[in-house]
Ligand binder design. Sequence first.
Ligand code: FAD
Length: 399
Amino acid sequence: MTLAVVGASLAGLRAVESARRTGYRGRIVLIGAEEHLPYDRPPLSKAFLSPDGPRAVEPFLSQDELRELDVELCLGSPAIGLDPIAREVRTADATIPYVAAVIATGATARTLPGTAGISGIHSLRTAEDALAVRSALESGARTVVVGAGFIGSEVASSARKRGLPVTIVESLDTPLVRAVGAEVGTVCADLHRAAGTDLRLGTDVTGFETADGAVTGVELSSGETVPADLVVTGIGAVPATGWLRGSGLLLHERDGGIVCDSTLAAAHGVYAAGDVAHVANALFDGELMRLEHWTNAAEQGAAAARHALDPANARVFSAVPYFWSDWYDRRIQFVGTPRADQVSTVPAEHGFTALYRRGDRLVGAFTIDRPRDIMKYRKRIAARAPWSEAVSFAHEMAA
Ligand code: FAD
């Protein structure tokens, strides 16, 4: 009896750990496309880029700790096919029969067309990407970030910390509208401006200037060219499901992510978790959500393994989404969903809070520098707290 876990990062590792925690003693095979032991991604755009940050990307667990979990590692060996009827995963070298499978292949960074051969242009998803970006920052690169999302904003923040000139180019008029809504997106935009980042909203990249194959400038729809030695594209990520074509799994029509039921099941014996999975969230009227959040990947990975090994007791997975981001020494946190009828800000002497209302319920909360509040809002959203109670609570916290 084999549990096959495809994707050796956060969700995949949590699946392995949870399988062992439930008392499963059978064979576990962890299949990963990257050569590395599973490692954590959030530090790649934060501490790892800081002048005083760690020099190496540390794995979550050492070889010895992984050995204690008794897991067979197939690293540097991407899965290339899944047959859910025969219950087999294929890599270039092996066919692995399984009784239960967890798919946790995450997402890959979207890239700008026509940039592949130009040096100095990077996305930021892997350890290799982070090393390349750090090395450019260390050499004092004039930095342009394409896309004012969270990862791009963290890169901008790291570059500013080193005193480097930074421009962010964003095609929308307000950044982060889909992630936090327009009102709060405007507050985030102000953080960039206050830190001296040149934020160009409503602007597209139209091309690149190069010399000897390396980027030297970014051409904008305004007609201007911004000088650049480093360009980081933070324009989103695409679920890594190309290898599932022909598997019969239902892939989302817009982004190709795996459409699961509310227990994370994608097919008999196959469960999905993390950035790759679309899951209907019962806490938010069954809204289909594919989240690119650390906590979601960890929680779903653990649940997917439990459900795969004991499908008769698979439960509906529903959790309140949560993410954080660090910009310019400020801690940004969000819980819930930004899809709301109303967003209200709560004045406070220190930090910032916005609450999101749908009907008469609290459905989301955004804070800056109020780390002790955020999980209290998460609990309230899970408990379907009435809006009026949440607003009074927020005023109490702010007082
Ligand atoms: P991934 O981490 O994407 O891992 C998927 C793994 O599967 C990869 O190793 C990939 O190589 C592998 N794979 C792909 N295809 C195959 C295949 N065919 N066969 C085998 N293996 C395959 N979230 C937050 O909440 N807060 C943050 O501050 C934050 N910061 C971030 C900063 C960066 C730079 C990045 C990239 C992400 C950040 N995130 C953050 C998001 C968070 O890291 C992700 O949500 C999380 O890594 C998702 O885990 P996952 O295991 O689902 O997918």
